[in-house]
Design a protein around this ligand. Sequence first.
Ligand code: GLN
Length: 278
Amino acid sequence: MCRQLGYVGPAVRVGDMLTLGSHSLRTQAWAPKDMRGGGTINADGFGAAWWRAEGESVTVSRYRNQAPIWTDPAVEEVLPQLESWAVLAAVRSATVGMPVERTACAPFTHGRWAFSHNGVVPDWRRALSAVAEEFGSTATELGAGQLFEPVRLLEAESTTDSATLWVILRGLLSTGAPDGSWAAAPAALSLLVAAVLAQAPGARLNFLLGDGQQLWATTVYHSLSALVTDDFAILCSEPFDDDPRWQPIPDRQLVSARPGSLTLTPLLAAPSTKGSLS
Ligand code: GLN
């Protein structure tokens, strides 16, 4: 179990997204209400990513610490000084056997993307090597095979399932759709879920992905709720306050959220889950 949160909307203080509400992400770290599949608290670190304009382009910055979120004074003293229109944050409960270190804490970032994973991939070294190999053979036909070469998995920031999933997912995101027939993020997420479940049927795959404009998520086993209005969109493992507009997301959904829009697509019925990149 981990807990995660994504926000897109009017500028907010980054620190507020960690502490806002009677059941804030920081509170969810030590008193989560909807634990599924073991784990009691999320004490193995945390992280927050936020987007900012740099000249013409938009870039992601982040802060991570392997200490429990409730022990880090930066949450009260530093992060509230930063503002952004988009935030993606997570508190971590390390899967047994995985390292407790800063680099294992989500969000994982690359270019304009930030990513977090709540769950576990059983036998992840074997399963994810096989997934990368499978994508590699399809991508070779598209001239993108190098994105999935086994050696690329060494780029994972930490030897965890989540960090390795991110290496594969960012490969899928940069492969894109040659004919532009589908948006890269939803297709990449549903391809990844299908491929991982084929290798590791017991995998728990609640992904959260953001590009600063939009949020995408998957629900495979763990909890997720959405609060979307015309002004802002929030996805969070658990509602962080008692606003009646929070909607629980059912299992096995691909979620797409931005201000004014929340879309759910059943994961296994989603297009592009047949293991093809084209
Ligand atoms: N397996 C991931 C890790 O150890 C995520 C754990 C979780 O969701 N609790 O970092």
